[in-house]
Design a protein around this ligand. Structure first.
Ligand code: GDP
Length: 142
């Protein structure tokens, strides 16, 4: 699929450890174009809303606390087949199960503090891009 988008967040663990530059380089080297980018911090209600699909899961409160614990980097990424290719680039949710060379294998410390988010469908990518960015902040022509 030509020129589809995905939404990523570099999570607080990876930002805090100084991995932002390396992760953005891995993303660019894999052929993604950054069309929106910001360093920001989620509020509790932002994090609860972003992860509302997981609100019944036992790890929900812990996940929310982690996601608001420090700044994140949010970005919209463009590429052919963006959602699927980005999920391949980041690897499995649990870094112990992630393939060598994937972003989570390289930079994540646990199943929760797993360095990056990637959208799981084209529909959610559009919702998540607009969760973080106004239309005018997404430079779709790039
Ligand atoms: P993803 O699509 O690979 O990010 O995984 P999910 O959508 O299933 O989970 C969302 C996020 O919740 C993950 O990226 C982790 O940060 C966290 N998470 C997922 N599973 C667990 C778990 O079993 N325990 C904890 N503590 N956090 C989890």
């Amino acid at each position: 699929m030509a020129n589809t988008i995905t939404l990523t967040m570099i999570k607080p663990d990876a930002v805090e450890k100084g991995f932002t530059g390396n992760i953005l380089k891995d993303i660019a080297d894999a052929g993604f174009t950054i069309t929106a980018l910001k360093l920001t911090q989620l509020t509790r209600s932002d994090a609860e809303r972003f992860y509302s699909v997981h609100r019944e899961r036992p790890f929900f409160n812990s996940l929310v606390e982690f996601m608001i614990s420090g700044p994140i980097v949010a970005a919209v990424l463009k590429k052919d087949n963006a959602v699927e290719d980005f999920r391949k680039l980041i690897g499995a949710t649990n870094p112990e199960n992630a393939e060598e060379g994937t972003i989570r294998k390289k930079y994540a410390e646990s199943v929760e503090k797993n360095a990056v988010h990637g959208s799981d469908s084209d529909e959610n990518a559009a919702i998540e891009a607009h969760f973080h960015f106004a239309d005018k902040e997404i430079y779709s022509f790039l």
